[in-house]
Each structure stands twice: as C-alpha cells, then as structure tokens.
Design a binder for this molecule. Structure first.
Ligand code: NDP
Ligand code: A1CAB
Length: 264
C-alpha cells in the first residue's frame, strides 16, 4: 500500500510501537526524528534533530509522539515543515487549541489521537478526533491508524480525554494483572519459571479468547465460574463493591484528573 510521506517525531515507547506496527505492514515512515532512536536506518531515514531533516523532504503527515511537556518546543522546531501537513498528535492532555497555537499560523490540520502500545503487533486501539479534515483526509488517517489496530473516531476532545485512561493507559492495567498473578503464583509456592509461564499464558490466553469469541466479556467470565466453585470465591473478593469496581473507578478518575492537570 502506498501512503503519503510520513514524518514520525518521537520514536520512544509509543512512537516506537507505532513504527514497529507500521513496519510490519510495509508502511514505514519516510523519516523518523528522535534523539535516541536505535531503529535501523532503512527503509526510513533516522535523524536526531530537525536540522538534519533531508533538504527537500516534504511530509504530508507528521505523527507527533513526544512527551506532552515538550510539545511547544517540538512544534516550534518543526515550523519549517509544518505548512500543508496533517499533524496527528498522540500526546495525552494537549488540546487541539494548544497544538494549533504552537503551530504558529502554519497551514496545518490538527488531529488528536490516543493510541496504545499493542499497536507494535497490530493489536492497538486508537481513539481519534478532529474537525479539520475533509472526507479523504479522514480516510487517509483511518488507513494509517487502522494498519496498527482498531480505530474509533469520536466527536469531541472531551470523549478523547474520556477514553485516554481506558485504552491509552489500559495495557498497563492488564500488565499489572499479569505481574500480580505471577507474584501470587510465587507466593503459593510455584517455581519462578512456572509462575511466569502460567501468569503470562493466562493473561494472553484470556485476551486471545476475548478477541476470538463473539461472547460478552461477562459471559466469558461466567463460563469460568462454576456455581459454588473456586473461581466464585475469588471473584467474591474481587467484585465486592469496595474492591475492584471501586478501585477501577478511582483509578480512572485519578488518571482523568492528572490529564486535566497536565493540560493546564
Ligand atoms: N507510552 C504509551 O503507552 C503512550 C504514550 N502516549 C503519548 O505518546 C507520547 C510519547 O510517550 P512515550 O513514547 O511514552 O515517551 P518516550 O519518552 O518513550 O518517547 C519520546 C521520544 O521522543 C524523543 N524526543 C522528544 N522530543 C524530541 C525532539 N524535539 N527531538 C528529537 N527527539 C525528541 C525523546 O527523547 P528524549 O528522551 O531525549 O527526550 C524520546 O526518545 C506522550 O505524549 C504520551 O502522552 C499515548 C498513548 C500511549
Ligand atoms: O501515562 C501517560 O501519560 C501516557 C498516556 C497514555 C499512556 N501513557
């Protein structure tokens, strides 16, 4: 598939995950700008600073994946290549308005997106929002983002902010579950190799079943829970109102509050 020329700015945890996912699909960015990126130089070009962007290189789409606090500085350094581009910002908590202000009057369309790291294996979920794009540009962004997983366009930035603690942060909660299961496996006496194998295998197997099955997650949970059996006892502890349900609400609220702090 051929795509417009792509400049990936920031190739760390998230930018690197997108890059890996795109590479698998044969959609490598033309140029990657990152001070540390260790990506092999072909088929794309890796540069360490905007001054090293090849003369004459004209990106159509710029993927911004730097830390939120570095947004203004990065946008200012990109000003020479910003005109007539679509900037897709992956930054948490930075509004379209702030990105537009940082673009210093450039003729650029701004898209705000919230991906997640399973993009590196084509299993990401990306929320997207923009009011700047025409139909073709929207399709183009969908093509690019759907190469690394599912894409959900949302109507407003408020909704993008609402999905950030669910899907953007969500993989961390699942990895924490794997960590905790492994610790419990060790605590109840399993050898380390076995503890690791069964904890990771359980989380990844359940995720794969969830993906493959048409059933609701609730049904899949109930399928494991034999009446009056052992799972029921474990879930009684986890599903008590003050346990996981309350913790999850508290966690999502805390993440949203932090995003509001970072935006101000
Ligand atoms: N990690 C995740 O799971 C997710 C992250 N995001 C968003 O993605 C963005 C990036 O996060 P993450 O990948 O975790 O961060 P990282 O710090 O891992 O990656 C950012 C990379 O960009 C480099 N960089 C920053 N500014 C410049 C610059 N001006 N010139 C060259 N290189 C630069 C950084 O180098 P250096 O370290 O030297 O500054 C670093 O290598 C954040 O805004 C975050 O909100 C969104 C969804 C999920
Ligand atoms: O933790 C963060 O701020 C970023 C945004 C979503 C996932 N990581």
């Amino acid at each position: 598939m051929s795509l417009p020329s792509l400049l990936l700015v920031g190739c760390g945890k998230m930018g690197g995950a997108l890059w890996q996912g795109w590479l698998e699909e044969g959609l490598a960015p033309s140029v990657i700008l990152d001070r540390r990126c260790e990506a092999p130089p072909a088929p794309h070009r890796v540069v360490r600073s905007p001054s090293e962007i090849p003369r004459g290189f004209k990106p159509d789409i710029i993927i911004l994946a730097v830390k939120p606090a570095g947004m203004e500085e990065t946008m200012a350094s990109l000003r020479p290549v910003l005109d007539d581009t679509i900037v897709i910002s992956m930054l948490a908590a930075r509004t379209i308005e702030s990105l537009r202000a940082a673009s210093d009057g450039a003729r650029t369309k701004i898209v705000r997106a919230m991906p997640n790291t399973p993009a590196s294996i084509g299993k990401g979920v990306t929320g997207v929002c923009s009011t700047d794009l025409n139909e073709d540009e929207r399709k183009l962004c969908t093509t690019l983002l759907s190469a690394v997983g599912d894409v959900a366009w949302v109507e407003s930035e408020a909704l993008l902010e609402a999905l950030t603690p669910i899907s953007g942060c969500g993989p961390a909660y699942v990895f924490l579950l794997a960590e905790l299961l492994e610790k419990e496996a060790l605590r109840v006496g399993l050898p380390p190799d076995t503890a690791r194998l069964i904890a990771r295998g359980t989380v990844s197997g359940a995720g794969a079943l969830l993906e493959a099955s048409p059933e609701e997650s609730e049904t899949l949970r109930k399928n494991v829970t034999s009446p009056n059996g052992v799972t029921a006892k474990a879930l009684e502890a986890m599903m008590a109102p003050e346990a996981w349900p309350a913790t999850m609400t508290k966690a999502i609220d805390a993440a949203m509050a932090r995003a509001r702090e970072m935006a101000s």
